[in-house]
Design a protein around this ligand. Structure first.
Ligand code: C2E
Ligand code: MG
Ligand code: MG
Ligand code: MG
Length: 283
């Protein structure tokens, strides 16, 4: 930007600002290429029943390794993709890749009960989205129950009847609906009752402070109680230590996800992981 305008125009831009703008433009263009040149991949993080150690499912998390920019974290490029509109394509790729992977594992007799994918609120602005999802699932023979859609709490604030209708179509087809980072938004409990939610994921900020911050215990207890009252599955995210794991189990949190069990791992490592835990009761 600065280079092109040159001369006197230069002083209208602060160097920091134009550098940031320039970086976004470059990254945005690289992201476009990443989608077409398949520099995106998914990694999978196992989710485990706290009581039995059996496998509940896996969360698919996107990774972008760019030849020029290196490994770019999703916290950096997902918001960008949402702004540029690129996310619509990326999100569908994620769903397709997860379904393809499930079918590949199934052929290997690796029966992963459910894969959850992260969605952006933007998807539900698209009236074709439910059909697009269902046709990909049909293509790979994936039953609705094997896919979980993670949305953010803020999405529950919508009053758009169309959005609700699109979510309901997917729920009717058996897909689960999970509220990611639960407890960090301000959606209120009445929304939870109104929305066809099947699961809440306790944000890792509620887990990570324990045991140093003992107030976390009451918060965790309260959130798990909410899940029970609404008959929802509850997953605690960001469980890193055995103390945190013990506490959550004690509080009756059914499912645990975090480095304590496993980091997100490449698809190729899931079969080995599956065989190690599949002999456990409940699996
Ligand atoms: P999220 O959906 O809440 O995913 C959980 C994040 O916590 C992941 O970061 C995961 O690697 C990390 N994590 C898991 N266990 C632990 C732990 O024990 N300790 C700590 N400190 N972190 C843990 P990641 O993969 O960098 O993703 C960050 C966020 O980016 C995700 O948060 C999600 O909001 C977004 N994201 C990732 N993949 C996708 C995607 O395919 N689509 C969309 N729309 N968003 C995605
Ligand atoms: Mg998530
Ligand atoms: Mg999130
Ligand atoms: Mg989360």
């Amino acid at each position: 930007l600065v280079r092109k305008t040159g001369g006197n125009n230069r002083e209208f831009f602060s160097p920091e600002l134009s550098k940031a703008v320039n970086e976004r433009l470059l990254l945005g263009a690289a992201l476009k290429r990443a989608v077409s040149d398949s520099h995106l991949r998914l990694v999978y993080q196992p989710q485990i029943y706290a009581n039995t150690g059996a496998l509940y499912g896996c969360e698919a998390l996107i990774r972008w390794n760019d030849p020029e920019h290196g490994e770019v974290p999703p916290s950096r490029f997902i918001p960008l993709a949402e702004e540029t509109g690129e996310y619509e394509e990326i999100g569908l790729w994620v769903i397709r890749e997860a379904c393809r992977q499930l079918a590949e594992w199934r052929a290997l007799r690796i029966d992963i009960p459910v894969i959850s994918v992260n969605l952006s609120a933007r998807h539900f602005q698209n009236r074709r989205f439910p059909d697009q999802v269902l046709s990909v699932m049909k293509e790979f023979g994936i039953p609705g129950e094997q896919l979980m859609l993670e949305i953010t709490e803020s999405m529950m604030l919508t009053d758009d009847e169309e959005v609700l209708r699109r979510i309901q179509i997917l729920r009717n087809a058996g897909l689960g609906l999970s509220i990611d980072d639960f407890g960090t938004g301000f959606s209120g409990l009445s929304r939870l009752a109104r929305f066809p939610v099947t699961e809440i994921k306790i944000d890792k900020s509620f887990v990570s402070g324990y045991p140093e911050d003992n107030r976390q215990r009451s918060l965790l207890e309260a959130i798990i109680g909410i899940g029970q009252s609404f008959s929802l599955n509850v997953i605690a995210e960001g469980v890193e230590t055995s103390e945190q794991f013990q506490l959550l189990r004690e509080l009756g949190c059914p499912v645990i996800q975090g480095y304590y069990y496993s980091r997100p791992i490449p698809a190729s490592e899931i079969p080995g992981w599956y065989r190690r835990v599949s002999h456990l009761p409940g699996n």
